[in-house]
Ligand binder design. Structure first.
Ligand code: FMN
Length: 242
């Protein structure tokens, strides 16, 4: 039997991303989020328009998406219910938030320089993706007084760093999904993945490289100059210098 209910939140489960951005004074900020999904070398982020992260990202057009694994609960909890915004909004105060300027310090995390963007990578995160902002979509435009309260931000992945122990043996550019144990937020709780696959995946019979021509994305991994290219039939249609 199913019953029609009205949950206040619909966070059915997605990975925890620690977004690092740069404040106006050049110091870094971090926020944990879980509204993130991926397609090609793009990511869509769902963010509260008033958070420091959103303000920084819209101003600088840059951030780093640092993925937390299931051992990072203490660091995520240390960042939870904090904001880089001062003073803290009434809405966040009512949910027990406090202002924290030094998010790296409060969470005991280490900032290391990124290759292509100003915000730092978080050393403790096994995956770090340097990105730039491409587009911003105001959500809830259909609700009077709510337009733009939350934003969907499209970002372009410029560079991917992964801890070597996550890489698949024998491949230059693959992550071994058996080794990757992301922290998953489901509703407001955090879970890890089981040690085994739930099922043998039919989709996983597709060679990952077959996705590359679809999004026409080549991401070079060396150097600090030209980084992102769109290649079609061996011809470079577009290059981006960083
Ligand atoms: C595990 C976790 C997941 C979260 N997911 C999101 C999210 O997807 N989007 C969002 O806007 N806030 C999310 N939050 C709340 C933000 O972390 C919160 O708004 C924070 O104050 C942002 O910090 P900032 O103002 O310094 O950017 C999440 C918090 C936690 C602990």
């Amino acid at each position: 039997m199913h019953t029609a209910i009205s949950p206040a939140i619909l966070y059915w489960g997605s990975i925890v991303v620690l977004i690092s951005t740069e404040n106006e004074d050049g110091t870094p900020n971090i926020a944990p989020i879980s509204s993130a999904w991926w397609l090609g070398h793009r990511c869509m982020l769902g963010l509260d328009a008033s958070s420091k992260t959103t303000i920084n990202l819209q101003r600088t057009k840059q951030c780093v998406l640092n993925l937390a694994d299931d051992t990072m609960g203490d660091q995520i909890n240390a960042l939870a219910k904090t904001t880089g915004v001062h003073p803290v909004s009434e809405s966040k105060q009512s949910r027990g938030y406090r202002h924290v300027k030094d998010k790296f310090g409060v969470a005991g995390l280490t900032a290391i320089p990124s290759d292509l963007v100003n915000p730092p990578c978080i050393q403790e995160c096994p995956v770090q993706m340097e990105v730039e902002l491409v587009d911003v979509h105001e959500m809830m435009k259909d609700v009077p007084g709510r337009a733009g309260l939350v934003l969907a931000l499209e970002v372009k992945i410029l560079r991917v760093h992964v801890e070597d122990q996550l890489r698949m043996d024998g491949y230059e550019n693959r992550v071994d999904a058996d080794k990757w144990k992301p922290m998953i937020m489901s509703f407001q709780d955090m879970y890890g993945l089981k040690e085994r696959k739930a099922v043998v995946s039919k989709l996983a019979t597709i060679d990952e490289e077959k996705y590359r021509p679809w999004t026409k994305a080549e991401v070079r991994v060396e150097g600090t100059g030209v980084n992102v290219m769109v290649v079609e039939n061996g011809a470079t249609l577009y290059e981006q210098s960083i």
